[in-house]
Design a protein around this ligand. Sequence first.
Ligand code: GDP
Ligand code: CA
Length: 318
Amino acid sequence: MKNISQPKIAAFAGGVGGARMANGLAQLLPPEQLSIIVNTGDDFEYWGLSISPDLDTVMYTLAGIANPQTGWGLLDEGHRCLENMRSLGQPGWFGLGDRDLATHLTRTQWLREGKNLTQVTRSLGEALGVNHAILPMSNDPCRTIVLTPAGEMDFQTYFVREQWQPQLTGLRWEGLSEAHITPEVRQALIAADLIFFCPSNPFVSIDPILNLSGVLDLIKAKPVVAISPIIGGKAIKGPAAKMFDELLHTEASAHSVAAYYQHRGLLKGFVIDHQDQDLESKLTTLGLDVLVTNTLLPDPITQKQVARVILDFVSHLV
Ligand code: GDP
Ligand code: CA
């Protein structure tokens, strides 16, 4: 045991589950000790604007301005622009809010001016009062494409327009094999004493980050702790549970999550909910240190409380 008093953590995150956990950690750790590395596989263009849903969910949550009902989007949001866009015959299936538009207009403008996504995200975060580094996994486009019996579709079409109902037969990524992690991500991974997989979707939020060239090598010697996004066999929201069934033909459970990561020998520790206590002994047979605690993270106070318990647990793993 190295007994590091102020371990540096790199947390891998998607959208809502990732943002909730990251917000707990961010309330306890100073910016020098926490980097949040975010999936950009969901990024897409809509109305000519560059949208980065997971980056924005993390950013808005850390800024304290996310909509608590949905977990994504902004508080006090209106949709007058969306109404007008629809009446102009523009697509209206992605419900961009009026206030949210300011982010996308600015991101798009700054990208067109030649800034990279990391710089844009830093500037947006600073403007919103976020102190911690929110790092896009790559500045290069990496698009998650879902395969269905009816053909392929891009991730947001599947997730939002089709409400994740089509059956999945596979996933692929466009651009990912040529994409590079950013220097900022590389530095954060080199400096990290511990890697966290937030309770994000393993297939479409964490895997895109893991699949980027160099990431597995950079984390292989580090302790990795994951928090299960599956509680009592169900996802809190979204298609994670359905994906275990359709992609792996296995029942969704916290154990399936751990086994999915541990199949690649990734994990040292795993955090499950009280509801899944009966899985603890089965998880230890995967060679894992297991923490059983509350993992429901609906609000910032709970997020902070749970993060404190998890940080105590991981302190003996680094
Ligand atoms: P997305 O991009 O919004 O789909 O976000 P993520 O991939 O980061 O998170 C989706 C996953 O978060 C889903 O599988 C949910 O089950 C999980 N999730 C959402 N809220 C919570 C929570 O409060 N606790 C836990 N443990 N998981 C959560
Ligand atoms: Ca997402």
